[in-house]
Design a protein around this ligand. Structure first.
Ligand code: ADP
Ligand code: MG
Length: 528
Protein backbone atom coordinates (compact mmCIF):
# COMPACT_ATOMS: atom_id res chain seq x y z
CA UNK A 1 0.00 0.00 0.00
CA UNK A 2 1.61 3.27 -0.97
CA UNK A 3 0.66 6.91 -0.71
CA UNK A 4 -2.32 6.26 1.57
CA UNK A 5 -1.88 9.53 3.33
CA UNK A 6 -5.47 10.19 4.43
CA UNK A 7 -4.77 13.89 4.03
CA UNK A 8 -2.52 13.85 7.09
CA UNK A 9 0.77 13.76 5.24
CA UNK A 10 2.06 15.97 2.49
CA UNK A 11 0.62 14.69 -0.78
CA UNK A 12 4.08 14.02 -2.19
CA UNK A 13 5.33 12.08 0.81
CA UNK A 14 5.64 8.33 0.50
CA UNK A 15 4.32 5.76 2.86
CA UNK A 16 4.34 1.98 2.83
CA UNK A 17 2.48 0.05 5.46
CA UNK A 18 1.37 -3.36 6.71
CA UNK A 19 2.88 -6.43 5.13
CA UNK A 20 4.45 -4.42 2.29
CA UNK A 21 6.54 -2.44 4.77
CA UNK A 22 7.46 -5.55 6.70
CA UNK A 23 8.41 -7.55 3.61
CA UNK A 24 10.43 -4.72 2.18
CA UNK A 25 12.44 -4.29 5.41
CA UNK A 26 12.98 -8.02 5.83
CA UNK A 27 14.09 -8.47 2.22
CA UNK A 28 16.55 -5.61 2.48
CA UNK A 29 18.04 -6.93 5.73
CA UNK A 30 18.36 -10.43 4.28
CA UNK A 31 20.05 -9.01 1.19
CA UNK A 32 22.66 -7.35 3.42
CA UNK A 33 23.23 -10.57 5.35
CA UNK A 34 23.65 -12.45 2.07
CA UNK A 35 26.36 -10.06 0.97
CA UNK A 36 28.55 -10.69 4.03
CA UNK A 37 27.83 -14.44 4.17
CA UNK A 38 30.66 -15.40 1.84
CA UNK A 39 33.24 -13.67 4.07
CA UNK A 40 32.55 -15.78 7.19
CA UNK A 41 35.24 -18.00 8.61
CA UNK A 42 38.81 -18.86 7.75
CA UNK A 43 37.98 -19.69 4.15
CA UNK A 44 35.76 -16.63 3.71
CA UNK A 45 36.31 -14.45 0.67
CA UNK A 46 37.10 -10.71 0.70
CA UNK A 47 35.08 -7.81 -0.69
CA UNK A 48 36.43 -4.96 -2.77
CA UNK A 49 34.55 -1.71 -2.24
CA UNK A 50 35.11 1.13 -4.64
CA UNK A 51 33.86 4.69 -4.24
CA UNK A 52 32.99 7.12 -7.04
CA UNK A 53 36.58 8.45 -7.03
CA UNK A 54 38.02 5.00 -7.62
CA UNK A 55 39.40 4.63 -4.07
CA UNK A 56 39.08 1.10 -2.86
CA UNK A 57 39.04 -0.93 0.32
CA UNK A 58 39.63 -4.68 0.30
CA UNK A 59 38.30 -6.32 3.42
CA UNK A 60 36.86 -9.40 5.07
CA UNK A 61 35.65 -7.48 8.10
CA UNK A 62 31.84 -7.46 8.45
CA UNK A 63 31.52 -4.00 9.96
CA UNK A 64 33.96 -2.42 7.52
CA UNK A 65 32.07 -3.84 4.51
CA UNK A 66 28.78 -2.52 5.81
CA UNK A 67 30.21 0.86 6.75
CA UNK A 68 31.72 1.36 3.32
CA UNK A 69 28.73 0.08 1.34
CA UNK A 70 26.46 2.77 0.00
CA UNK A 71 23.33 1.45 1.70
CA UNK A 72 20.09 3.30 0.98
CA UNK A 73 17.34 1.09 2.34
CA UNK A 74 16.35 2.00 5.93
CA UNK A 75 15.73 -1.67 6.82
CA UNK A 76 19.19 -2.58 5.61
CA UNK A 77 20.67 0.30 7.58
CA UNK A 78 19.31 -1.22 10.78
CA UNK A 79 21.50 -4.24 10.14
CA UNK A 80 24.54 -2.05 9.75
CA UNK A 81 23.75 -0.87 13.28
CA UNK A 82 24.03 -4.47 14.53
CA UNK A 83 27.53 -4.74 13.10
CA UNK A 84 28.54 -1.41 14.60
CA UNK A 85 27.25 -2.34 18.07
CA UNK A 86 29.02 -5.68 17.89
CA UNK A 87 32.26 -3.92 16.93
CA UNK A 88 32.06 -1.33 19.67
CA UNK A 89 30.89 -3.71 22.42
CA UNK A 90 33.17 -6.69 21.82
CA UNK A 91 35.34 -5.91 18.80
CA UNK A 92 34.71 -9.14 16.84
CA UNK A 93 31.91 -11.37 15.54
CA UNK A 94 30.35 -8.72 13.30
CA UNK A 95 29.77 -11.02 10.34
CA UNK A 96 28.19 -13.71 12.51
CA UNK A 97 25.85 -11.17 14.10
CA UNK A 98 24.62 -9.91 10.72
CA UNK A 99 24.21 -13.41 9.25
CA UNK A 100 22.22 -14.55 12.29
CA UNK A 101 19.98 -11.47 12.06
CA UNK A 102 19.26 -12.26 8.41
CA UNK A 103 18.40 -15.84 9.24
CA UNK A 104 16.09 -14.88 12.13
CA UNK A 105 14.26 -12.51 9.79
CA UNK A 106 14.03 -15.07 7.05
CA UNK A 107 12.49 -17.53 9.54
CA UNK A 108 10.10 -14.80 10.70
CA UNK A 109 9.01 -14.09 7.13
CA UNK A 110 7.96 -17.73 6.70
CA UNK A 111 6.03 -17.53 9.97
CA UNK A 112 4.31 -14.28 8.96
CA UNK A 113 3.31 -15.89 5.67
CA UNK A 114 1.69 -18.61 7.76
CA UNK A 115 -0.43 -15.88 9.34
CA UNK A 116 1.44 -15.69 12.63
CA UNK A 117 1.41 -12.13 13.96
CA UNK A 118 4.82 -10.38 14.21
CA UNK A 119 4.12 -9.56 17.88
CA UNK A 120 3.77 -13.26 18.67
CA UNK A 121 7.07 -13.88 16.92
CA UNK A 122 8.97 -11.18 18.81
CA UNK A 123 7.51 -12.43 22.10
CA UNK A 124 8.70 -15.97 21.50
CA UNK A 125 12.05 -14.79 20.11
CA UNK A 126 12.60 -13.11 23.48
CA UNK A 127 11.84 -16.38 25.27
CA UNK A 128 14.27 -18.10 22.91
CA UNK A 129 16.94 -15.49 23.58
CA UNK A 130 16.76 -15.96 27.36
CA UNK A 131 17.10 -19.69 26.91
CA UNK A 132 19.97 -19.26 24.43
CA UNK A 133 21.87 -17.13 26.95
CA UNK A 134 21.56 -19.78 29.64
CA UNK A 135 22.66 -22.53 27.23
CA UNK A 136 25.63 -20.41 26.22
CA UNK A 137 26.65 -20.01 29.88
CA UNK A 138 26.29 -23.77 30.49
CA UNK A 139 28.30 -24.68 27.42
CA UNK A 140 31.12 -22.24 28.11
CA UNK A 141 34.41 -23.28 29.66
CA UNK A 142 36.01 -21.28 32.45
CA UNK A 143 39.64 -20.49 31.73
CA UNK A 144 42.63 -18.92 33.39
CA UNK A 145 43.24 -15.68 31.48
CA UNK A 146 46.97 -15.94 32.27
CA UNK A 147 47.14 -19.12 30.16
CA UNK A 148 49.37 -17.94 27.32
CA UNK A 149 48.65 -20.86 24.99
CA UNK A 150 44.94 -20.25 25.20
CA UNK A 151 45.20 -16.52 24.56
CA UNK A 152 47.34 -17.31 21.53
CA UNK A 153 44.66 -19.73 20.28
CA UNK A 154 42.04 -17.01 20.62
CA UNK A 155 44.17 -14.54 18.64
CA UNK A 156 44.83 -17.19 15.99
CA UNK A 157 41.12 -17.99 15.65
CA UNK A 158 40.32 -14.30 15.25
CA UNK A 159 42.96 -13.86 12.54
CA UNK A 160 42.40 -16.96 10.41
CA UNK A 161 40.96 -16.11 7.04
CA UNK A 162 42.22 -12.55 7.19
CA UNK A 163 45.31 -11.04 5.62
CA UNK A 164 47.06 -11.50 8.98
CA UNK A 165 46.75 -15.26 8.58
CA UNK A 166 50.13 -15.70 6.87
CA UNK A 167 51.99 -14.49 9.94
CA UNK A 168 49.36 -15.18 12.57
CA UNK A 169 51.71 -17.08 14.92
CA UNK A 170 54.19 -14.19 15.08
CA UNK A 171 51.40 -11.64 15.32
CA UNK A 172 49.59 -13.55 18.06
CA UNK A 173 52.75 -13.64 20.21
CA UNK A 174 53.22 -9.93 19.56
CA UNK A 175 49.62 -9.16 20.54
CA UNK A 176 49.93 -11.35 23.65
CA UNK A 177 53.14 -9.57 24.74
CA UNK A 178 51.55 -6.18 24.06
CA UNK A 179 48.52 -7.03 26.15
CA UNK A 180 50.58 -8.38 29.04
CA UNK A 181 52.51 -5.13 29.21
CA UNK A 182 49.45 -2.93 29.55
CA UNK A 183 46.79 -5.09 31.19
CA UNK A 184 45.53 -3.78 34.53
CA UNK A 185 42.92 -5.58 36.64
CA UNK A 186 42.11 -7.86 33.69
CA UNK A 187 41.26 -4.88 31.54
CA UNK A 188 43.01 -3.39 28.54
CA UNK A 189 42.37 0.26 27.94
CA UNK A 190 42.28 0.57 24.16
CA UNK A 191 44.48 3.66 23.91
CA UNK A 192 47.33 1.88 25.68
CA UNK A 193 48.00 -0.20 22.58
CA UNK A 194 48.85 2.02 19.65
CA UNK A 195 48.93 0.71 16.12
CA UNK A 196 51.49 2.42 13.89
CA UNK A 197 51.45 1.39 10.26
CA UNK A 198 54.52 1.63 8.05
CA UNK A 199 54.44 0.76 4.35
CA UNK A 200 57.35 -1.46 3.27
CA UNK A 201 58.59 -4.94 4.03
CA UNK A 202 56.04 -7.60 4.82
CA UNK A 203 53.69 -8.47 7.65
CA UNK A 204 56.20 -10.78 9.36
CA UNK A 205 58.57 -7.81 9.78
CA UNK A 206 56.08 -6.19 12.20
CA UNK A 207 57.29 -5.81 15.76
CA UNK A 208 56.33 -4.61 19.20
CA UNK A 209 57.76 -1.41 20.65
CA UNK A 210 57.62 -0.99 24.42
CA UNK A 211 56.65 2.67 24.14
CA UNK A 212 54.99 5.20 21.86
CA UNK A 213 55.95 5.69 18.22
CA UNK A 214 54.93 8.88 16.42
CA UNK A 215 55.03 9.14 12.62
CA UNK A 216 56.40 12.66 12.71
CA UNK A 217 59.36 14.70 11.57
CA UNK A 218 61.31 16.97 13.89
CA UNK A 219 60.19 20.57 13.40
CA UNK A 220 63.74 21.51 12.31
CA UNK A 221 66.39 19.37 10.62
CA UNK A 222 69.08 20.43 13.10
CA UNK A 223 67.27 19.07 16.11
CA UNK A 224 68.92 16.23 18.06
CA UNK A 225 67.95 12.68 17.05
CA UNK A 226 68.84 10.85 20.25
CA UNK A 227 67.96 12.06 23.74
CA UNK A 228 68.41 10.04 26.92
CA UNK A 229 66.54 10.82 30.13
CA UNK A 230 64.43 13.32 28.26
CA UNK A 231 62.39 16.05 29.97
CA UNK A 232 59.26 16.19 27.89
CA UNK A 233 56.83 19.08 27.63
CA UNK A 234 53.46 18.18 26.10
CA UNK A 235 51.31 21.09 24.97
CA UNK A 236 48.15 21.66 22.99
CA UNK A 237 48.49 25.35 22.17
CA UNK A 238 50.21 26.77 19.10
CA UNK A 239 53.80 27.93 19.48
CA UNK A 240 53.19 30.45 16.76
CA UNK A 241 52.18 34.06 16.26
CA UNK A 242 48.88 34.50 18.05
CA UNK A 243 45.89 34.26 15.78
CA UNK A 244 43.52 37.18 15.83
CA UNK A 245 39.85 36.65 16.53
CA UNK A 246 37.61 36.66 13.48
CA UNK A 247 36.17 40.07 14.26
CA UNK A 248 39.40 41.68 15.54
CA UNK A 249 40.68 44.83 13.80
CA UNK A 250 44.30 45.98 13.55
CA UNK A 251 44.81 49.71 13.23
CA UNK A 252 48.24 50.14 11.73
CA UNK A 253 48.84 53.60 10.31
CA UNK A 254 52.46 53.43 9.18
CA UNK A 255 55.29 51.09 8.18
CA UNK A 256 56.99 51.83 11.50
CA UNK A 257 53.94 50.75 13.42
CA UNK A 258 53.73 47.58 11.37
CA UNK A 259 57.39 46.78 12.02
CA UNK A 260 56.81 47.36 15.72
CA UNK A 261 53.88 44.99 15.63
CA UNK A 262 55.98 42.26 13.99
CA UNK A 263 58.81 42.87 16.46
CA UNK A 264 56.41 42.40 19.36
CA UNK A 265 55.20 39.14 17.92
CA UNK A 266 58.79 37.91 17.56
CA UNK A 267 59.45 38.96 21.17
CA UNK A 268 56.47 36.93 22.27
CA UNK A 269 57.76 33.89 20.39
CA UNK A 270 61.25 34.27 21.84
CA UNK A 271 59.80 34.54 25.32
CA UNK A 272 58.20 31.13 24.75
CA UNK A 273 61.53 29.68 23.61
CA UNK A 274 63.32 31.18 26.64
CA UNK A 275 60.78 29.79 29.05
CA UNK A 276 61.00 26.34 27.50
CA UNK A 277 64.81 26.41 27.73
CA UNK A 278 64.93 27.87 31.26
CA UNK A 279 63.02 25.01 32.83
CA UNK A 280 65.35 22.41 31.27
CA UNK A 281 63.09 20.98 28.57
CA UNK A 282 64.70 18.56 26.10
CA UNK A 283 61.66 17.54 24.03
CA UNK A 284 58.52 19.50 23.11
CA UNK A 285 55.53 17.60 21.75
CA UNK A 286 52.90 19.98 20.45
CA UNK A 287 49.39 19.24 19.23
CA UNK A 288 49.25 22.44 17.21
CA UNK A 289 51.73 24.25 14.97
CA UNK A 290 55.24 25.46 15.85
CA UNK A 291 56.56 28.59 14.15
CA UNK A 292 59.67 27.97 11.99
CA UNK A 293 61.51 30.65 13.92
CA UNK A 294 60.63 29.04 17.25
CA UNK A 295 61.74 25.66 15.86
CA UNK A 296 65.02 27.22 14.70
CA UNK A 297 65.77 28.63 18.16
CA UNK A 298 64.75 25.43 19.91
CA UNK A 299 67.08 23.47 17.59
CA UNK A 300 69.89 25.89 18.47
CA UNK A 301 69.34 25.05 22.13
CA UNK A 302 69.49 21.31 21.38
CA UNK A 303 65.77 20.76 21.93
CA UNK A 304 63.73 18.32 19.85
CA UNK A 305 60.27 19.61 18.95
CA UNK A 306 57.41 17.86 17.18
CA UNK A 307 54.51 19.79 15.71
CA UNK A 308 50.92 18.79 14.85
CA UNK A 309 50.91 15.62 16.91
CA UNK A 310 47.65 13.64 16.88
CA UNK A 311 45.29 14.29 19.77
CA UNK A 312 45.22 10.57 20.60
CA UNK A 313 49.01 10.59 20.98
CA UNK A 314 48.88 13.70 23.16
CA UNK A 315 46.37 11.86 25.37
CA UNK A 316 48.67 8.83 25.53
CA UNK A 317 51.61 11.00 26.54
CA UNK A 318 49.51 12.60 29.22
CA UNK A 319 48.72 9.10 30.51
CA UNK A 320 52.27 7.75 30.48
CA UNK A 321 54.05 10.80 31.85
CA UNK A 322 51.37 11.61 34.41
CA UNK A 323 51.96 15.31 33.62
CA UNK A 324 49.31 17.68 32.42
CA UNK A 325 49.00 18.80 28.83
CA UNK A 326 49.73 22.48 29.07
CA UNK A 327 47.62 24.96 27.20
CA UNK A 328 49.13 28.34 28.04
CA UNK A 329 52.42 30.09 28.48
CA UNK A 330 52.12 30.36 32.27
CA UNK A 331 52.01 26.60 32.70
CA UNK A 332 55.45 26.09 31.13
CA UNK A 333 56.96 25.00 34.45
CA UNK A 334 59.50 22.45 35.60
CA UNK A 335 56.84 20.52 37.46
CA UNK A 336 55.02 19.89 34.21
CA UNK A 337 57.96 18.16 32.54
CA UNK A 338 57.57 14.41 32.11
CA UNK A 339 60.49 11.98 32.35
CA UNK A 340 61.05 9.67 29.41
CA UNK A 341 64.13 7.40 29.37
CA UNK A 342 64.79 7.52 25.67
CA UNK A 343 63.56 9.57 22.72
CA UNK A 344 64.95 8.74 19.28
CA UNK A 345 64.28 9.93 15.76
CA UNK A 346 64.60 6.90 13.49
CA UNK A 347 64.34 6.92 9.71
CA UNK A 348 62.60 3.86 8.28
CA UNK A 349 62.63 3.78 4.49
CA UNK A 350 61.76 7.38 3.65
CA UNK A 351 59.79 8.26 6.77
CA UNK A 352 60.89 9.57 10.14
CA UNK A 353 59.46 8.10 13.32
CA UNK A 354 59.88 9.28 16.89
CA UNK A 355 60.36 6.36 19.30
CA UNK A 356 59.64 7.23 22.94
CA UNK A 357 60.38 4.55 25.52
CA UNK A 358 60.63 4.22 29.31
CA UNK A 359 57.80 6.07 31.07
CA UNK A 360 57.26 6.79 34.73
CA UNK A 361 53.56 6.85 35.36
CA UNK A 362 51.98 4.16 33.21
CA UNK A 363 52.84 2.01 30.23
CA UNK A 364 51.85 2.17 26.61
CA UNK A 365 53.00 0.00 23.72
CA UNK A 366 53.00 0.28 19.95
CA UNK A 367 52.41 -2.47 17.44
CA UNK A 368 54.66 -1.33 14.62
CA UNK A 369 53.01 -2.95 11.62
CA UNK A 370 54.75 -3.52 8.34
CA UNK A 371 53.04 -4.42 5.07
CA UNK A 372 53.53 -4.06 1.36
CA UNK A 373 50.74 -1.53 0.74
CA UNK A 374 48.36 0.69 2.66
CA UNK A 375 45.47 -1.65 1.84
CA UNK A 376 47.31 -4.59 3.37
CA UNK A 377 48.12 -2.54 6.46
CA UNK A 378 44.54 -1.33 6.92
CA UNK A 379 43.16 -4.86 6.71
CA UNK A 380 45.92 -6.08 9.05
CA UNK A 381 44.94 -3.41 11.57
CA UNK A 382 41.30 -4.56 11.47
CA UNK A 383 42.34 -8.20 12.06
CA UNK A 384 44.52 -7.15 14.99
CA UNK A 385 41.69 -5.05 16.42
CA UNK A 386 39.48 -8.16 16.32
CA UNK A 387 42.13 -10.17 18.20
CA UNK A 388 42.61 -7.51 20.84
CA UNK A 389 38.83 -7.24 21.21
CA UNK A 390 38.59 -11.00 21.69
CA UNK A 391 41.36 -11.16 24.29
CA UNK A 392 39.82 -8.22 26.13
CA UNK A 393 36.49 -10.07 26.20
CA UNK A 394 38.12 -13.21 27.59
CA UNK A 395 39.99 -11.27 30.25
CA UNK A 396 36.69 -9.81 31.41
CA UNK A 397 34.44 -12.87 31.25
CA UNK A 398 37.12 -15.57 31.69
CA UNK A 399 34.95 -17.91 29.63
CA UNK A 400 35.33 -19.35 26.16
CA UNK A 401 33.16 -21.40 23.82
CA UNK A 402 33.97 -23.88 21.07
CA UNK A 403 34.17 -22.25 17.61
CA UNK A 404 33.83 -23.68 14.11
CA UNK A 405 30.04 -23.67 14.45
CA UNK A 406 30.10 -25.99 17.50
CA UNK A 407 28.39 -23.60 19.91
CA UNK A 408 25.76 -22.57 17.36
CA UNK A 409 24.98 -26.21 16.56
CA UNK A 410 24.58 -27.04 20.24
CA UNK A 411 22.40 -23.96 20.77
CA UNK A 412 20.21 -25.08 17.91
CA UNK A 413 19.93 -28.60 19.29
CA UNK A 414 19.08 -27.58 22.85
CA UNK A 415 16.71 -24.82 21.73
CA UNK A 416 14.86 -27.32 19.54
CA UNK A 417 14.41 -29.58 22.58
CA UNK A 418 13.26 -26.54 24.52
CA UNK A 419 10.68 -25.64 21.84
CA UNK A 420 9.07 -29.06 22.34
CA UNK A 421 8.04 -28.02 25.85
CA UNK A 422 5.66 -25.50 24.24
CA UNK A 423 2.56 -26.01 22.15
CA UNK A 424 0.94 -24.44 19.10
CA UNK A 425 2.35 -21.24 17.59
CA UNK A 426 4.91 -20.74 20.33
CA UNK A 427 6.41 -24.12 19.55
CA UNK A 428 6.56 -23.29 15.85
CA UNK A 429 8.27 -19.95 16.47
CA UNK A 430 10.78 -21.34 18.96
CA UNK A 431 11.60 -24.17 16.61
CA UNK A 432 12.24 -21.67 13.83
CA UNK A 433 14.38 -19.61 16.25
CA UNK A 434 16.39 -22.73 17.12
CA UNK A 435 16.95 -23.73 13.48
CA UNK A 436 18.26 -20.24 12.62
CA UNK A 437 21.47 -20.92 14.56
CA UNK A 438 22.39 -23.65 12.08
CA UNK A 439 23.19 -20.93 9.57
CA UNK A 440 26.66 -20.43 11.09
CA UNK A 441 27.98 -24.03 10.74
CA UNK A 442 26.26 -24.26 7.34
CA UNK A 443 27.90 -21.12 5.99
CA UNK A 444 31.31 -22.06 7.45
CA UNK A 445 30.99 -25.38 5.66
CA UNK A 446 29.80 -23.84 2.41
CA UNK A 447 32.57 -21.24 2.37
CA UNK A 448 35.26 -23.86 2.83
CA UNK A 449 33.88 -26.13 0.11
CA UNK A 450 32.94 -29.17 2.20
CA UNK A 451 29.75 -31.17 1.82
CA UNK A 452 27.03 -29.55 3.88
CA UNK A 453 24.80 -32.60 4.23
CA UNK A 454 27.64 -34.86 5.37
CA UNK A 455 28.95 -32.25 7.82
CA UNK A 456 25.54 -31.54 9.36
CA UNK A 457 24.76 -35.22 9.76
CA UNK A 458 28.15 -35.83 11.41
CA UNK A 459 27.55 -32.88 13.71
CA UNK A 460 24.06 -34.18 14.55
CA UNK A 461 25.38 -37.63 15.41
CA UNK A 462 28.15 -36.29 17.68
CA UNK A 463 26.02 -33.67 19.45
CA UNK A 464 23.29 -36.27 20.05
CA UNK A 465 25.95 -38.37 21.79
CA UNK A 466 26.68 -35.47 24.12
CA UNK A 467 29.83 -34.30 22.31
CA UNK A 468 28.65 -30.73 22.47
CA UNK A 469 31.96 -29.14 21.48
CA UNK A 470 31.98 -30.78 18.05
CA UNK A 471 32.44 -28.34 15.20
CA UNK A 472 34.00 -28.09 11.78
CA UNK A 473 37.67 -27.45 11.18
CA UNK A 474 37.47 -25.48 7.96
CA UNK A 475 41.03 -26.35 6.97
CA UNK A 476 40.80 -30.13 7.22
CA UNK A 477 37.04 -30.58 6.87
CA UNK A 478 37.18 -32.78 9.98
CA UNK A 479 34.33 -32.62 12.48
CA UNK A 480 35.88 -32.78 15.93
CA UNK A 481 36.00 -31.16 19.37
CA UNK A 482 36.97 -27.64 18.28
CA UNK A 483 38.42 -26.77 21.69
CA UNK A 484 40.96 -29.51 21.00
CA UNK A 485 41.42 -28.14 17.48
CA UNK A 486 42.26 -24.80 19.15
CA UNK A 487 39.32 -23.01 17.52
CA UNK A 488 38.11 -21.00 20.47
CA UNK A 489 36.13 -17.81 20.93
CA UNK A 490 35.18 -15.64 23.89
CA UNK A 491 31.67 -16.13 25.29
CA UNK A 492 30.94 -12.37 25.09
CA UNK A 493 31.40 -12.27 21.34
CA UNK A 494 28.72 -14.94 20.87
CA UNK A 495 26.50 -13.50 23.60
CA UNK A 496 26.51 -10.04 22.05
CA UNK A 497 25.91 -11.43 18.54
CA UNK A 498 22.88 -13.45 19.67
CA UNK A 499 21.44 -10.58 21.71
CA UNK A 500 21.77 -7.96 19.01
CA UNK A 501 20.61 -10.29 16.23
CA UNK A 502 17.47 -11.17 18.19
CA UNK A 503 16.82 -7.57 19.19
CA UNK A 504 17.25 -6.11 15.72
CA UNK A 505 15.12 -8.77 14.06
CA UNK A 506 12.40 -8.11 16.62
CA UNK A 507 12.70 -4.39 16.00
CA UNK A 508 12.33 -4.84 12.24
CA UNK A 509 9.35 -7.15 12.80
CA UNK A 510 7.55 -4.51 14.85
CA UNK A 511 7.66 -1.94 12.05
CA UNK A 512 4.36 -1.82 10.17
CA UNK A 513 4.63 1.61 8.64
CA UNK A 514 7.42 3.30 6.74
CA UNK A 515 6.66 6.98 6.28
CA UNK A 516 8.81 9.60 4.62
CA UNK A 517 9.79 11.89 7.47
CA UNK A 518 11.21 15.35 7.88
CA UNK A 519 14.90 15.33 8.70
CA UNK A 520 15.54 13.09 11.69
CA UNK A 521 18.71 13.61 13.69
CA UNK A 522 21.01 10.58 13.96
CA UNK A 523 20.68 10.41 17.74
CA UNK A 524 16.97 9.87 17.95
CA UNK A 525 16.58 7.83 14.77
CA UNK A 526 16.17 4.53 16.62
CA UNK A 527 13.78 5.57 19.35
CA UNK A 528 10.51 3.71 19.85
P1 ADP B 1 33.14 -12.65 12.48
O1 ADP B 1 33.09 -11.25 11.93
O2 ADP B 1 31.78 -13.18 12.80
O3 ADP B 1 34.13 -12.81 13.57
P2 ADP B 1 34.96 -14.27 10.92
O4 ADP B 1 35.15 -14.21 9.45
O5 ADP B 1 36.05 -13.80 11.80
O6 ADP B 1 33.61 -13.53 11.23
O7 ADP B 1 34.62 -15.79 11.26
C1 ADP B 1 34.37 -16.21 12.57
C2 ADP B 1 33.91 -17.65 12.56
O8 ADP B 1 34.92 -18.50 12.01
C3 ADP B 1 33.65 -18.15 13.98
O9 ADP B 1 32.45 -18.88 13.99
C4 ADP B 1 34.85 -19.06 14.25
O10 ADP B 1 34.55 -20.09 15.16
C5 ADP B 1 35.11 -19.61 12.88
N1 ADP B 1 36.48 -20.12 12.71
C6 ADP B 1 37.65 -19.51 12.92
N2 ADP B 1 38.70 -20.35 12.64
C7 ADP B 1 38.15 -21.52 12.24
C8 ADP B 1 38.67 -22.79 11.79
N3 ADP B 1 39.96 -23.02 11.71
N4 ADP B 1 37.78 -23.75 11.44
C9 ADP B 1 36.45 -23.51 11.51
N5 ADP B 1 35.90 -22.36 11.91
C10 ADP B 1 36.73 -21.37 12.27
MG1 MG C 1 36.19 -12.60 13.52
Amino acid sequence: MTNQNNNVLDENSTRTSGSTALNSNISAAIAVADIVKTTLGPMGMDKMLIDSYGNCVITNDGVKILQEMDIEHPGAKLLVGVAKTQESEVGDGTTSAVILSGELLSAARTLVNRKIHPTAITRSYKVGLDKAISILENESVVINPKNKKLILDICNTAMTGKIAEFSKETLSVMIYDAIMKVVEDDNISSNKIKIQKSVGGDISDSYLVDGIVLDKNPANVNMPAVISNAKVLVCDFALEVRELDNDAKLNIGSVVEYEKFLENEQKYLLSIVNKICEIGTSVVICQKGIDDNVAYHLAKQGILAIRRTRKSDIERLNLVTGKKVINNLEDIEKSNLGNVKSVKVIKILKENYIFMEGFESSNCVTLFLKGSTEHVLDELERAIDDSIGDVNSVLKSKKIVAGGGAIEFELSRQLTDFSKTFIGKEQLILEAYAKSFLVIPKVLCENSGFDEIDTISELTALHEKGKSKSGLNCFSGVVNDTLKEKIVEPINVKMQAIKSATEISSMILRIDDVIAAKQISETNSSEN
